[in-house]
Design a protein around this ligand. Sequence first.
Ligand SMILES: NC(=O)c1ccc[n+]([C@@H]2O[C@H](COP(=O)([O-])OP(=O)(O)OC[C@H]3O[C@@H](n4cnc5c(N)ncnc54)[C@H](OP(=O)(O)O)[C@@H]3O)[C@@H](O)[C@H]2O)c1
Length: 226
Amino acid sequence: MPTVLITGANRGIGLELTRQYAADGWRVLATCRYPNKATDLAAIKGDVEIHRLDVDDAPSIGALAASLEGQSIDVLFNNAGVIGKRGASIADIDYAVWAQTMTTNLFGPVRVAWALRDNVMASTLKVMAFTSSKMGSIGENTGGNVIYRSSKTALNMAVSCLAQELESKGVTAIVFHPGHVRTDMGGPTAPVSATDSAAGMRKVVAGLVPGDNGTFWNYDGAPLPW
Ligand SMILES: NC(=O)c1ccc[n+]([C@@H]2O[C@H](COP(=O)([O-])OP(=O)(O)OC[C@H]3O[C@@H](n4cnc5c(N)ncnc54)[C@H](OP(=O)(O)O)[C@@H]3O)[C@@H](O)[C@H]2O)c1
């Protein structure tokens, strides 16, 4: 069976992705910051290996890459992310929070992707999926939340560049809007369940063709504007 590596696998969308891939028989490398506290993750049945990974911490990324050297990863799901500060406008920006949000939502996933590129290139499927957000779309911008939006816009551009750099290696790198999902981040009244979000993104990943490299998708398979 194929292998998927998921960041932020201990709760929310990452936990549900882990559940569904494991239920399908995939080998899941489920990563989180605090494995000893990841009780929901540890309860998932199947071929699930839990690895420590803090995407803010370059040595943590290096240690994970070293421990996985020589192992192929068919789908790298860069899912971990933070909201930063809700509602932030330029007028009341907190630059320390902005920098921290960029560290987690932009530098983290790019570092992880680069550190694990050989593992992905050695696999059969060669997919890198990034959980971005429609809030990072300039085409759909309605203003506000500048910290979170700009971190995801920057991620989208970085993935677009990464897609071009790795295209000749057969990698398909894409970004997702997972929907407005009922998680700690999305809140209890969000319209989309984690189950439907994860199932939709998995279906998109399963149908990818090389020509999809560098594209932006809604979780339901609709294309999104950059
Ligand atoms: N929910 C939505 O409506 C929505 C909409 C658009 C996009 N997204 C994106 O979808 C992704 C998942 O969101 P979610 O709703 O599942 O959020 P969530 O419930 O808040 O979970 C966030 C996950 O990211 C992990 N994480 C945060 N910082 C990390 C770090 N430095 N290193 C490693 N892991 C870290 C968290 O781990 P800890 O438990 O250790 O904090 C947690 O596992 C995020 O990238 C988010 O921006 C979500």
